[in-house]
Design a protein. Structure first.
Length: 354
């Protein structure tokens, strides 16, 4: 390995990277752009080859803790980059993974930056205790939403509050008047037959009335593909909607935005599907399976629906008024401006001049 310049700072970027999730790919793209000049990134990734070939950075297998710990030992700083890493919804083990790296870095005297983080959900009391300790150990923190910042403030921990970092990506130019409807939907255990039939019926009615094709875009390559076929095999997909539907693919966030720019409406369950659609200037609506999606929709000023809301029957969405009507550019501008705040927590990583 070639010797690095004496002024260079080697930084371990830890996140949910290399999982073939367009949202996390977008986060990594922004983080690499916001790193101060002179920082040398090392990225934790499941698919190292994909991350290294696309971004041209060194990587380490995020699923092998021993190798990640060794990479941390060879770095000068640790950055937890984007998403909600301090949460126990995925698993308690996942929370321990990130907390252990934070505490280990601090024991080694290295700065720890939590960049553009969401906080929670933290369903267990012990999860909240160790997350609070981890946050107090951080050198600098920026949050992607007010709710996360408020939770931390309740523990006496202050941080900068911006919008989701993905808003910092370059915007597109919408030209989708009369274009297809694009859905970024995912399998959800909390949605049963009744909820799916309500959503699919509303989508079928809109597509037929407006005479639009429906394109199904998987945002997470391991979780989302095949949803269209599954709904068809379940007998929940109306035949007229099946005839208008096909699954599309996108390898990068930019490819997804290219599709959104040509669409008449994007209906997203995925948070970053909603954000990339809005950045493309496309008309959009949200299906909120998580408070973070509802919060993003509210900030953008687009409708958000929780299909599993309490009641005798699932609520019906009203997507007709969104069709071919893009979101307010001023709202997008505000969110893009707020996303630049996260640069400030990285500024301390700038290597000394000379």
């Amino acid at each position: 390995m070639k010797d690095r310049p004496a002024s260079a700072l080697r930084v371990l970027l830890c996140g949910y990277y290399g999982e073939h999730n367009l949202g996390d790919d977008a986060l990594l793209e922004v983080l690499l752009d916001q790193l101060p000049r002179g920082c040398i990134p090392v990225v934790t990734a499941r698919d190292r080859e994909a991350v290294t070939s696309r971004f041209g950075v060194a990587s380490v297998d995020r699923t092998r803790l021993r190798l990640v710990v060794a990479a941390l030992a060879g770095c000068d700083a640790l950055v937890l980059g984007g998403g909600s890493l301090l949460q126990d919804a995925t698993s308690f083990t996942s929370l321990l993974y990130y907390v252990a790296l934070i505490l280990l870095a601090r024991m080694q005297g290295k700065p720890v930056i939590l960049w553009g983080q969401g906080l929670g959900p933290l369903r267990r009391r012990r999860s909240r205790l160790i997350a609070r300790r981890a946050l107090r150990s951080a050198s600098a923190v920026s949050f992607r939403d007010p709710a996360s910042a408020a939770m931390a403030a309740g523990w006496g921990i202050e941080g900068l509050v911006g919008s989701d970092p993905v808003w910092a990506l370059p915007p597109g130019s919408w030209r989708g008047q009369g274009g297809p409807i694009v859905v970024c939907w995912r399998p959800l255990a909390r949605l049963g037959e009744e909820e799916w039939r309500a959503l699919l019926g509303a989508l079928a009615e809109l597509a037929a009335a407006a005479e639009r094709r429906v394109l199904w875009l998987p945002f997470h390559r391991r979780q989302d593909p095949g949803l269209l076929e599954h709904l068809k095999e379940s007998g929940w997909l109306p035949p007229e909607l099946a005839a208008r539907s096909r699954e599309e693919s996108a390898e990068t966030p930019r490819q997804a935005m290219d599709l959104f720019e040509r669409s008449g409406l994007v209906v997203a369950m995925r948070l970053h599907g909603l954000i990339l659609a809005a950045l493309a200037g496309a008309p959009c609506a949200a299906i909120s399976y998580d408070p973070k999606v509802a919060a993003a929709a509210a900030a953008l000023g687009c409708p958000s629906l929780d299909p599993a809301a309490a009641g005798d029957s699932p609520p019906l969405p009203d997507w007709r008024r969104c069709l071919d009507h893009p979101p307010d550019p001023a709202a997008i501008g505000r969110l893009r401006e707020q996303s630049q705040l996260h640069r400030r927590v990285l500024a301390g990583l700038a290597p000394p001049a000379g």
